[in-house]
Design a protein around this ligand. Structure first.
Ligand code: EPZ
Length: 411
């Protein structure tokens, strides 16, 4: 899908963030642990969520939707989903729970944004320690549950978000087993996953710290659950307001998830947080140096968007990407618009401030397309963005929300 954006917009008004994509996807995988009735509120309408719902439905989960509540239940599950190609990375999270429930699971190899090799070795090593065999054959991945250990300690070689979630979900229903995970990822979405699992009767402790302890249980209860707000969507709108010298109120996000706000304040951003909203005012941004890292470090999912902010900052900024080896797809697109960026391996140096001129832009992955969209909104003239629909994977009602704050966008 191609979008046209006529730039130099001073955004203003209010925007509501949706439920967090990166909390929703593991929570949907965790639906498999509980055959009773689960009601989920604030599941965002995103293409990635639709993909996960498709996989759950194919495995035998009954999904009903009434207004903004999705209900899930099942009687029995099917473990072989190999006939469904996976477009999302999070499909891997289904492997452990499905194999445990059905004895054997087969999935297509996970898809997702092309931002690096994205191996799944940490997932596989962890499942093997939990008593599974795992085989990767070309485009399929198979897991078979053999025998549950009584006690097991698993130290993750890297604090992988997905692997932490995958092992939490799988361990939660191994009723004969106590699992201690260490060197875990600490993202807020992992805390939300623990909150969801425990609200159904799981016994998990420590999410949000490097050490998580799971005592498996054999049965779960009905649950009503509301998903946390999307902190990356919120951060994207903060950056939009700052680069457009606009004024925005961003609603629906709890300030406790916004640990990156102090970074923006330190570089001159007029950003205030209240209990569940953010207020952004016109600001003078100075140059900065950031280095992405696992939570509570600077989020890699805001790095492409923050590169656009660096183009508008006064002075030269340095951005280091430490999580993914190929997450600078936005750089060549921004250079088309007049950005002055030099890359050296996983580091880019950005000269600011630069005015952007409109260009024909290409969307390549989710956060890169968000970054080029931000740049088009402040560029002089009419830009076009190919593959704009990539944004529908992770930004709920993005075109409508942008129009509501003054952006001239035509799909
Ligand atoms: C999650 O991806 C998020 N996706 C990503 O958001 C986010 O960028 C990432 O965490 C880091 O915060 C979802 O939650 C659905 P990782 P995930 O496992 O779980 C390496 C977005 O834009 N690694 O923490 O795939 C991996 O290659 C998306 O919303 C292994 O080497 O991230 C990467 O370099 C993009 N082996 C690093 O760890 C493994 O088995 C971090 O990956 C797993 C990961």
């Amino acid at each position: 899908m191609r979008a046209a954006i006529i730039g130099e917009t001073k955004v203003r008004g209010e925007v509501e963030v949706g439920g967090a994509k990166n909390a929703s996807l593991p929570i949907l995988a965790a639906v498999l642990v509980n055959s009773k009735n689960i009601n989920l509120k604030r599941l965002p309408s995103l293409a990635d969520v639709d993909e996960m719902l498709k996989l759950l439905s194919a495995s035998g989960v009954k999904i009903l939707r009434k207004d903004d509540i999705f209900s899930f239940s099942y009687s029995e599950l099917k473990g072989d989903l190999s006939d469904i190609p996976s477009k999302i990375r999070a499909s891997i999270l289904l492997l452990g729970p499905l194999a445990l429930k059905t004895g054997k699971a087969v999935l297509s190899y996970p898809g997702g944004c092309n931002i690096g090799k994205r191996p799944i070795d940490i997932h596989i090593q962890g499942l093997k320690k939990l008593g599974f065999t795992v085989d990767v054959e070309e485009e399929f991945i198979k897991a078979e549950f053999l025998k549950a250990p009584k006690e097991v300690n698993i130290k993750l070689p890297f604090p992988s978000v997905g692997a932490t979630e995958h092992l939490m979900i799988t361990s939660s229903m191994m009723s004969e087993t106590t699992v201690c995970l260490s060197n875990c990822a600490m993202e807020p979405e992992i805390v939300d996953l623990q909150r969801f699992l425990n609200s159904m009767g799981a016994k998990i402790d420590g999410a949000g710290t490097p050490n998580i302890k799971i005592k498996g249980v054999s049965s779960f209860s009905n649950v009503d659950f509301k998903i946390m707000g999307d902190r990356i969507e919120a951060g994207t709108y903060i950056i939009l307001s700052l680069i457009a010298n606009g004024s925005l109120i961003i609603n629906g996000i709890d300030r406790k998830f916004l640990n990156y706000v102090d970074f923006f304040q330190r570089i001159g951003a007029q950003v205030e947080t209240e209990k569940s909203r953010i207020i952004v005012k016109p600001s003078k941004i100075t140059s900065f140096k950031i280095s992405t890292a696992p939570y509570p470090g600077f989020p890699t999912d805001l790095q492409p968007q923050t590169t656009v902010l660096a183009c508008k900052a006064n002075g030269n900024s340095i951005i280091m990407e430490n999580i993914f080896e190929n997450r600078f797809g936005h750089v060549e697109e921004l250079i088309k618009m007049g950005a002055a960026i030099k890359r050296n391996g996983n580091i880019i140096e950005v000269k600011g401030p630069k005015k952007f001129k409109a260009a024909r832009l290409i969307g390549k992955d989710l956060r890169e397309t968000a970054a080029v969209t931000l740049a088009a909104i402040i560029a002089e003239g009419k830009s076009t963005i190919e593959n704009f629909d990539i944004l529908f994977r992770g930004y709920e009602k993005i075109a409508e929300k942008l129009q509501n704050i003054g952006v001239n966008i035509i799909l």
